[in-house]
Design a protein around this ligand. Structure first.
Ligand code: HEC
Length: 257
């Protein structure tokens, strides 16, 4: 039998050796944990900005996937570059809200002197309803419609962002309505083909388009998607240019179709 087994001194030494090794590793572990906490090795500590960022990424992902089901990447980039190009080349327009116009100012005088627009002149063109439509005008309209289609659907079927243009009595109705909607945008409840819509932001004005482009796109939507109505002439748009800058139109301000 090994005589050291019964030697109490050796046993006590062995105990303290064990204790020493245990303490050594405990200290090392604590050091690692401490440094880990200091340098964020064990998962990042969420600052409020990180937390908000995470939520934004989640929302962006949802929006992207929702959009992917409606528009292809290619369609989105075509529309975006088209819109961006137009915005870049368009002039800023003054927003002349009545309550912001200084009494006695040039703007107030110009507005007071501006002749009232006679809508009957613009809307009376029944004789031309059946006239053949110039393909060149439809071509202009088709190019403009890319932007409209982003909200109204590329076939005018309507969608989550806008009411339908196909079968809309507004589209085949009075031309002045359509021109005003282009120049001022539209807001508030509107009934289209028997269904009521009310989009929170409404439609933004698209007055950056030339008279020819507006006439083209309106002629295009009046003669597409199963719609049939007279062409819109650039002069009919020009006659309403003074509408630009007024607040978004409401249905009450339009002529009932
Ligand atoms: C940013 C989205 C958006 C774009 C782009 C857009 N619209 Fe609209 N449009 C709307 C919304 C929203 C309404 C309904 C407004 C309301 O709630 O009163 C509307 C309403 C209309 C209406 C009357 C209602 C109907 O459905 O007949 C016409 C006509 C129309 N838009 C034509 C156009 C044309 C033409 C273009 C392109 C030149 C265009 N819109 C581009 C969002 C859009």
């Amino acid at each position: 039998m090994d005589p050291t087994r019964d030697n109490p001194l050796i046993r006590i030494k062995a105990f303290f050796d064990g204790l020493g090794i245990f303490t050594f590793f405990t200290v090392i572990l604590l050091l690692i944990l401490g440094m880990g906490a200091l340098f964020g090795w064990f998962g990042k500590t969420d600052t409020p900005e990180d937390a908000a960022g995470d939520i934004r990424y989640e929302i962006k992902k949802e929006i992207d996937s929702a959009q992917a089901t409606v528009l292809t990447e290619e369609q989105i980039s075509t529309v975006l570059s088209d819109v961006a190009g137009k915005l870049a080349s368009s002039k800023a327009i003054a927003v002349e809200k009545p309550e912001q116009i200084v009494p006695g100012s040039d703007t107030a005088k110009n507005l007071a002197e501006a002749p009232a627009v006679d809508l009957t002149n613009i809307d009376a063109s029944p004789a031309e309803a059946d006239a053949a439509i110039d393909p060149a005008v439809l071509e202009i309209g088709k190019a403009q419609f890319l932007v409209c289609g982003a909200c109204h659907g590329q076939n005018g079927e309507g969608g989550a962002a806008a009411p339908p243009l196909a079968g809309s009595e507004w589209v085949t109705g009075p031309i002045s309505n359509l021109v005003i909607i282009q120049l001022r945008g539209l807001k508030g409840p509107i009934t289209v083909a028997g269904k009521e819509y009310n989009f929170p932001a409404g439609m933004t004005p698209m007055a950056y388009q030339t008279d020819e482009q507006i006439a083209g796109v309106l002629t295009y939507i009046r003669n597409n998607f199963g719609n049939k109505a007279s062409a819109v002439k650039p002069e009919q748009v020009a006659a309403l240019r003074s509408e630009v800058g007024k607040p978004q139109a409401t249905v009450e301000e339009l002529t009932k179709p």
